[in-house]
Ligand binder design. Structure first.
Ligand SMILES: Cc1cc2nc3c(=O)[nH]c(=O)nc-3n(C[C@H](O)[C@H](O)[C@H](O)COP(=O)(O)O)c2cc1C
Length: 144
């Protein structure tokens, strides 16, 4: 079955740390919805930014992306890559979650601050970032 994948970065509108619980609510909701519709992926939260990679049936992905784009818990959604894929990268995770922490932010910064004109560099940074998310997911050892 052909799958669709999406990677984006956005600016968080969540007042951190005062309303950190809102991120937990978001992750809990997402895990349960993603499981129902066959979406897998990962979400990183760096206190100021979100980055999410999701993969799944094209219709489910497109429905979810429409919702995510108009969610007021974040803004400036920068869609870095939309691509068909055959194999899942996060097959064991409905939504692996990493954050909030500065360490994640250090790894995300090159992607946020990339030269938007340089497509080859963007691709390289995106691949590196997805590998980082996968390592974070594997290290948590909780398959959700
Ligand atoms: C950064 C971010 C990531 C999100 N990721 C997901 C997700 O993976 N799955 C999901 O169901 N909702 C996710 N949401 C929430 C959706 O935007 C939306 O609120 C949710 O699907 C409920 O939409 P509804 O009330 O219109 O049904 C995310 C929201 C934000 C801000």
């Amino acid at each position: 079955m052909e799958l669709q994948s999406v990677l984006y970065v956005s600016r968080s509108n969540i007042d951190f740390p005062n309303k950190a619980y809102l991120v937990g609510d978001l992750v809990r909701w997402s895990v349960s919805w993603n499981r129902r519709v066959g979406i897998t992926g990962a979400l990183a939260f760096t206190e100021t930014h979100f980055s999410q990679y999701i993969e799944g049936p094209p219709q489910a992905i497109s429905d979810l992306v429409s919702k995510i784009l108009c969610d007021d818990r974040h803004c400036n959604v920068d869609v870095i890559r939309i691509a068909p894929t055959i194999d899942r990268t996060f097959q064991d995770w409905s939504l692996a979650f990493s954050g909030p922490d500065a360490f994640t932010g250090d790894h995300l910064r090159p992607l946020i601050e990339r030269d938007l004109e340089d497509k080859a560099l963007t691709d390289q940074l995106a691949d590196k970032w997805i590998r980082f998310l996968k390592e974070m997911a594997a290290a948590t050892q909780t398959h959700i």
